[in-house]
Design a protein around this ligand. Sequence first.
Ligand code: SF4
Ligand code: F3S
Length: 106
Amino acid sequence: TFVVTENCIRCKYTDCVEVCPVDCFHEGPNFLVIDPEECIDCTLCEPECPANAIFAETDLPPDQIHFVELNAELARSWPVISESREPLAEAAQWDGIQDKMGLLLR
Ligand code: SF4
Ligand code: F3S
């Protein structure tokens, strides 16, 4: 399974959703998640993210491991997104900012 991590928060570039063959991305107000029950490990999304926010579960940085459960949880309540849209307005400013977890909108 692939996992969307913290750097997506307040960026949400959405390039990732265009390439997913099984439409397993789900969208919240300022973050996306991958449904672990749908992801087929095709690897296509990982290089598409301008914010480098997508990792294979097995390659997650240690401080991002809690995003495994968060992706699973939020995928159950957020709607599927299968076409990219404009990034959030301040995406470039927020790319690379640490500790954005408190800014996550549900
Ligand atoms: Fe979709 Fe493939 Fe990325 Fe899984 S690895 S989320 S199937 S694009
Ligand atoms: Fe987020 Fe990267 Fe996709 S910023 S929306 S995981 S392209």
